[in-house]
Design a protein around this ligand. Structure first.
Ligand code: KG4
Ligand code: ZN
Length: 357
């Protein structure tokens, strides 16, 4: 089975061709990603309209490269899959419409993939991981703990009630005048700082649910930064280190609760899987290692290129759905919001537009 996957929900324009063998083994034949970081850097964040226009300009060429690199003709495709949401709606429309056009012209089945489902199934693309497992997804748009029970069977155990974790890193970076995207900068600067200098709040610590909250912590950093003005380089390092320490402790606590909730409902997870850009953070990785060890499960973090947004994960989710006969019609709608577990309710009090409900 050969599937073309298209990803345009945020600021990566991406396409890939993935092959799935009947026994479930996967092979990535091509995986082309063009990040729009440069287009958005001077605004300190992703500008939806700029992203949508860039997807229009770039996508045809990216799809052509992915097909060429894979050495596959459109007639050989078993399906074309596109991320149909959740995400910035302009970009989603560009990717989904392109996939529909290819599906129509080449009379190929269309698969409208939930972007979060694609993150959730990625470890099965890289290793033969069996269900059920627990996913921690932390990116610029999402912060979720999800029980991955089967293809199409996801139970969200926790989510952020306000900012996404990557978004909090980006906002802290911006307030300290560090370049965008802020996550890697905060991690770099934090390495030379004192994580104990500021006692920032550990949001939600000890709560029986597995939800996250990051906006109060971000505000605490802002208040401390304004109190210290003008900031010396050491102040910035200490603020970053203290912020990161608070995120680490909160993450470990929330995941420990999430894994307990998982255990109660689904038994011991086959693995704890981390995905999303924040999973690139070394301090967070080692905190996750500890959490997984305490829960007597293994930690799996797919390689960075498959943790962040890419076309291979969309193609793979399409292949997994296709294998179960789950294909869509050309009426499949683009969705700015699309819950992974369709029956679940968003937690009370959420206010953020990028949090991925
Ligand atoms: O998954 P991703 O590449 O894109 C989406 O948001 O969809 O995640 C990007 C996010 C950004 O917010 C970025 O600041 C954050 O992940 N990030 C990090 C690190 N590297 C990327 N956050 C903390 N530490 C890092 N090393
Ligand atoms: Zn993503």
């Amino acid at each position: 089975m050969l599937v073309l996957g298209i990803e345009t929900t945020c600021d990566e324009t991406a396409a890939a061709v993935v092959e799935r063998q009947p026994d479930g083994q996967a092979k990535i034949l091509s995986n082309v990603v063009r990040s729009q970081t440069d287009e958005h850097a001077r605004f300190g964040g992703v500008v939806p309209e700029i992203a949508a226009r860039a997807h229009v300009d770039l996508l045809d060429g990216i799809v052509a490269s992915a097909m060429k690199e894979a050495g596959v003709g459109y007639g050989q495709l078993s399906a074309v899959a596109a991320a149909a949401g959740p995400g910035l709606i302009g970009g989603v429309i560009v990717g989904l419409t392109t996939a529909k056009a290819i599906a129509m012209v080449h009379d190929t089945p269309l698969i409208a993939v939930n972007h979060l489902e694609a993150h959730a199934l990625t470890p099965r693309l890289t290793c033969a991981l069996a269900f059920p497992y627990c996913l921690f997804l932390a990116s610029g748009g999402h912060t979720q703990i999800v029980a991955v029970v089967g293809v199409g069977e996801y139970v969200r155990l926790g989510t952020t009630v306000d900012d996404a974790m990557g978004e909090a890193f980006d906002k802290v970076a911006k307030m300290l005048s560090l370049p965008y995207p802020g996550g890697p900068q905060v991690e770099r600067v934090a390495a030379g700082g004192d994580p104990t200098r500021f006692a920032f709040p550990r949001p939600m610590l000890g709560r029986p649910d597995a939800n996250f909250s990051l906006s109060g912590l971000k505000t605490a950093v802002r208040n401390e930064a304004s109190r210290l003005e003008p900031l010396e380089p050491q102040d910035i390092s200490d603020l970053c280190a203290s912020f990161q320490a608070a995120v680490l402790e909160a993450t470990a606590d929330r995941l420990t609760v999430g894994l307990k909730l998982f255990q109660e409902r689904f038994g011991t997870p086959r693995a704890l899987v981390a995905a999303g850009g924040v999973a690139a953070n070394h301090a967070i990785r080692s905190a996750l290692q500890d959490v997984a060890a305490k829960a007597q499960t293994t930690l799996i973090i797919p390689p960075p290129a498959l943790c962040t947004d890419n076309g291979a994960m969309i193609a793979w989710a399409g292949a997994e759905r296709m294998a179960l006969g789950l294909i869509d019609t050309l009426e499949a709608p683009p969705r700015a919001r699309w819950l992974l577990d369709a029956n679940a309710k968003a937690p009370a009090g959420h206010a953020n537009s990028r949090a991925g409900y």
